[in-house]
Design a protein around this ligand. Sequence first.
Ligand code: ATP
Ligand code: MG
Length: 735
Amino acid sequence: MDVSQILDPLNDAQREAVAAPAGNQLVLAGAGSGKTRVLVHRIAWLMQVEGASPYSILAVTFTNKAAKEMRARIEELLGVNTFGMWVGTFHGLAHRLLKAHWQEAKLPQNFQILDSDDQLRLIKRVQNDLQLDEKKWPPRETQWWIGAQKDEGLRPQYINAGSDPWLATMVRIYFAYEEACQRGGLVDFGELLLRAHELLRDNDAVLAHYRRRFPHILVDEFQDTNTIQYAWLRLLAGDQCHITAVGDDDQSIYGWRGAKIENIQHFESDMRDVLTVRLEQNYRSTSTILNAANAVIANNAGRLGKELWTRGEEGEPISLYAAYNEQDEARFIVERINDWVRDGNRRDSIAILYRSNAQSRVLEEGLLREQVPYRIYGGQRFYERLEIKNALSYMRLVSNRDDDTAFERVVNTPTRGIGARTVEMVRSYAREQGCSLWRAAQLMLQQRVLAARAGNALQSFLDLVNQLAANAEDKLLDAIAEDVIETSGLLEFHGKEKGEKGQTRVENLQELVSACRAFDGIDQPPGEETEEEERPLLDQFLDSAALDAGEGQADEFEDAVQLMTLHSAKGLEFPLVFMAGVEENLFPHKMSAQEPGRMEEERRLCYVGITRAMQKLYITYAENRRLFGSETYNSPSRFIGEIPPNLVHEVRLKTEISRPLFQPDYGKLGALSDPAPDFDDLPPLALGGRVDHPKFGEGTVVQFEGNGPRTRVQVNFDDAGSKWLVVAMARLQPL
Ligand code: ATP
Ligand code: MG
């Protein structure tokens, strides 16, 4: 038996973990030390040496994409296929269990996943029914609260509100929300986990079956499991099965979503005979990048403590760029990307990371302007776009008429003369009867309780959906999609929207048809003994659309720059990384000042960001930023100040004439700045600076171009508008 392929590419500590005798294992190690590699090789080892069948392995990964990569790696190592192996996210695996055991889980067979947008709508509706004012009871807050309860495994009947009226109301909403979900056969993300746990807890036969089936359970990114996920793992493992957990306490970044770093510590006491392995060599980054990361994270207290070193080369210093504003930041990043690509590198070796999703828009515009292909990873999700959600809602109704969320969404989209009042009547009728909106509409039409016009319009909607369902019989998935977008009138409706938007929406709808065409039920290998194959492809597609929204985006094969939030970058690596918007209040996020522990989580996020970089890291911040619709002046992030100055090179504006007015105030770093070039014969203008012109009056300098005596500036004059002026000629007076 040739095991050298499995063990050779590993160091001693990694080998110890991979080739350990059967048992529970905890691999605790810093970023880039090969934890994920150990997990993959451990699976290969179990199959090759211990004779484990792929059917006996359950692996939990952080994203569906990571799951695919894991399969590919194992297939490459062993030359066997991994059909039958269960690899996926907690949510994906929970969903799979619930689909296979819907009866025991007390769900309708065709239950649908409720994404967070739909969830919010439903909560609004529920609160509305309970006559709770949205202003006093913000639905988003309720949504967050319900999610938090589910993450802790709490059903409303177990929450004791005592004499707390706020809590009592939350519990009341929670009850009503649960009821609405159950009625519509809807399952939100938190519910997937909670139900999957209850399924195993309350069904001995099911639990026994899976314990027999999965003697080997492996978990990546263990530091970000929450209470219910950990409980599920322990329940599934029992005393017989073995868990290999790999993680890094310094990379725990989902505390705000209920993740518990403590699970790492508990693991050692909760499980029997845990072998703990530490990996200390980093294989990913240059020593410069690694030292910067180590220095930043050293500012956190209460770490489990790990060493991390590298034999890698020193590499280039980290480049720090102080942009004038977010536009300038985007421009700078795009220029560096073009340089990098011109040097013969691929675009997919580049990632731009940011703290908040909303930052992507300006970066996207910058990339579009320079025609740099890019992809947003896990962000502005294809399946969350308005027109796509509309089309999916029709498809969901085809599959399940009682899906109230889908019903509400498209009952009057495209507009067909069903007004808010009619919808409200249907709603309250459904409430009285305790039935779905669809059913209520049917009954109301039978009983002719609606005015003729409204009744006709509603009837035509029901007829349309029934027609779509009839058309869908025995059709291929893409034909169903095509029929839905045309017959429903969505294509025409969105096509009529003004300008590019309409065009984009039509393209997206067309893209949905391609997505259906490409959907090959990748998770349902032939011969699997679950009921997956039995289910209509349409249902499978709808679930997968809801589950891995955005992870694999449209043009998957084009070489493109990757944009993503710092959170979704976890576990990934890129030769060139930009961290953008590294400013106080943005990163660390301003919320973090209010809650204890949050600042440390932000710092861990920074550690995650820095350690994604293999060769080169750029950190940028803007002195002036328009974001979320308002303008802010933030100082550079404290995290920048935590990087040892000798590892950083500050990039100066090529066109800068004098010290910028917005002098960065990161104290420690002040010494880094090169002395500013001095042009005696020119007035000391600065980006963002105020100036006075004899003719145009006062204004703000927004851009420079050119050098020396040929320097031109763009000034936004308060009254005279924007002008380009040659500095040497323009008689501008700094104010
Ligand atoms: P993260 O904490 O970011 O998830 P990780 O600990 O999971 O990181 P990996 O992604 O498994 O680390 O490995 C980081 C990089 O180092 C990968 O490119 C991997 O292929 C490489 N690597 C890991 N171990 C070795 C080794 N023994 N020899 C050479 N390269 C290695
Ligand atoms: Mg990893």
